[in-house]
Design a protein around this ligand. Structure first.
Ligand code: FAD
Ligand code: AMP
Length: 475
């Protein structure tokens, strides 16, 4: 007899596993099919984010930051260390420990919430049926549900003439698992992933060169922030080459030779390892039967409406496989919203207030519109900013590079965007998201008491500066 559920989720990443837990919390009988297998050969929930994305990258960013600070920054605090060394295998094992704690934690949450976990591949058939192929088996089982949520995530984009072997030419998973520091690391793409993983290995001693096709650095960020970031990263030794298109890469004699085209024409450059970080694409291979009724758009994304419904009745899709930013928190909030809609509740996601974070040092975070977007859209605005170098806390920490920039509507004073580069930007942005979510004004933030001495005072002062009444800077 066919096993039946209220909800079947295909994909156990932050979109899928969160949707499954929320559906179960709402009293729906729920199953989640995920095919990912961890290093121990067992099911490892959490998708790209927990296994080869957000979490392992942050673990390595933290380890490499400690190592770098010990060598280059602690002397200013009077802390002198000699014979500092880095054991890469210990660092990687620590990262693996963090990953398995979290992936195991998701399995525990499934048990606690009575979500039935299926380890293997799911394929959507017609009439709300799903074909399940268990891990390491050819036997197929058909499951049924009132509602199906597709959350298959994404995979790295490949570029012509550059083939991953994950020995010399790496994707994100390969770059998170190196067993030694490459002397020369090439990175194709100076986007979020390239910058984060490039930073890790640069701090550990690699000479890192980022090859970026676009002429503008971090084109989607506010350009005041991108310019500061470009300067600071250069000072740190990251060699970012813009307007540089990679055309091919080949491996021979333990070296990767890259052919590129820049303003001087075509040339070659060699590396010990090459990371390809040119973006990600929705992963829908083998997911949909011909008669599933689910349509893809011209970008290969699953077509969904505002409520995440696909073109097949009772089939929903969330996360990296649909429109919108490829971010874990966006995927999770979509998952929650879909589970609530299935349970008959009202739910809505505000894409305008999804925060973006780049976990470099200093961190970069933003929410809402950039100054260039406001100009393009002809929206009249006022701008305020405040440097961390003028905060007591930043100076006391010895970490005061960067600034907060706030953009507010000229008439209503509603906050339209906040852009931060500096220490703790990933945490500071939350206050700005809340303000925007409540349609708050710069004056609201300016009138709120901020603890002293904290980095959040830079947000406070930037809000005051919108009205040109900052206290600790000239107006
Ligand atoms: P995924 O996390 O990709 O999960 C999909 C799951 O579905 C996978 O386990 C996959 O194996 C499984 N699956 C796919 N098809 C099937 C099938 N047919 N049957 C069964 N299972 C299937 N985002 C952030 O917000 N913050 C960050 O700091 C951040 N850092 C990142 C760093 C790196 C190096 C990378 C690569 C990504 C990072 N991201 C970050 C992006 C983030 O990982 C993704 O946005 C997020 O994981 C998307 O979640 P998802 O649930 O849509 O898909
Ligand atoms: P992101 O989308 O943030 O992951 O960034 C990926 C970056 O890779 C983008 O800035 C692209 O411009 C860049 N990119 C894509 N293809 C190439 C290429 N062939 N050579 C150099 N850069 C590339």
């Amino acid at each position: 007899m066919t096993e039946k559920f209220d909800v079947i989720v295909i994909g156990g990443g932050p979109g899928g596993y969160v949707a499954a837990i929320r559906a179960a919390q709402l009293g729906l009988s729920t199953a989640c099919i995920d095919m990912n297998t961890g290093k121990d050969g067992k099911a490892a929930l959490g998708g790209t984010c927990l296994n080869v994305g957000c979490i392992p990258s942050k673990a390595l960013l933290d380890s490499s930051k400690h190592y770098h600070h010990l060598q280059h920054e602690y002397a200013a605090h009077g802390i002198n260390a000699s014979d500092v060394s880095m054991d890469i295998n210990t660092m990687i094992a620590r990262k693996d420990g963090v990953v398995s704690k979290l992936t195991g934690g998701v399995s525990q949450l499934f048990k606690a919430n009575k979500v039935k976990q299926f380890h293997g591949r799911g394929r959507l058939l017609s009439n709300r049926q799903v074909e399940f192929t268990p891990h390491a088996s050819d036997e197929q089982i058909v499951l049924e549900a009132e509602n199906i949520i597709l959350a298959p995530g994404s995979v790295p984009i490949t570029i012509p003439n550059v083939e991953y072997d994950n020995k010399y030419i790496l994707d994100n998973a390969g770059a998170l698992d190196l067993s030694e520091v490459p002397a020369r690391l090439g990175v194709i793409g100076a986007g979020v992933i390239g910058l984060e993983l490039g930073s890790v290995w640069q701090r550990l001693g690699s000479e890192v060169i980022l090859l970026e096709a676009l002429p503008t650095f971090l084109a989607t960020a506010d350009q005041d922030i991108s310019k500061q970031a470009g300067r600071l990263f250069k000072q740190q030794g990251l060699d970012i080459r813009l307007d540089t298109l990679v055309k091919s890469a080949s491996v021979s004699d333990g070296e990767v030779t890259v052919t590129l085209e820049d303003k001087n024409g075509e040339s070659e450059i060699s590396f010990d390892r090459l990371l390809v970080a040119v973006g990600r694409k929705p992963y829908t291979e083998g997911l949909l039967s011909d008669d599933s009724g689910v349509e893809l758009n011209e970008h290969g994304q699953i077509n969904v409406n505002e409520q995440s419904q696909t073109t097949a009745a009772g089939v929903w899709a969330v996360g990296d496989c649909v429109r919108g930013p490829m971010l874990a928190h966006k995927a999770s909030e979509e998952g929650v919203a879909v589970a609530e809609l299935i349970a008959g509740k009202a739910a809505h996601i505000h894409f305008d207030t999804v925060p973006w974070v780049i976990y470099t040092d200093p961190e970069i975070a933003w929410v809402g519109k950039t100054e260039q977007q406001l100009k393009e859209e002809g929206i009249a605005y006022r701008s305020g900013s405040f440097p961390f170098a003028a905060t007591g806390r930043g100076l006391a920490m010895g970490n005061a590079a960067g600034l907060v920039k706030m953009l507010a509507d000229e008439d209503s004073d509603e906050v339209l965007g906040v852009h931060i580069i500096g220490p703790g930007a990933s945490e500071l942005i939350a206050e700005c998201v809340v303000t925007m979510e409540f349609h708050g004004a710069a004056e609201d933030l300016a009138r709120i008491v901020h603890a002293h001495p904290t980095l959040s005072e830079a947000v406070h002062e930037a809000a005051l500066h919108v009205d040109k009444r900052a206290i600790h800077r000239g107006n």
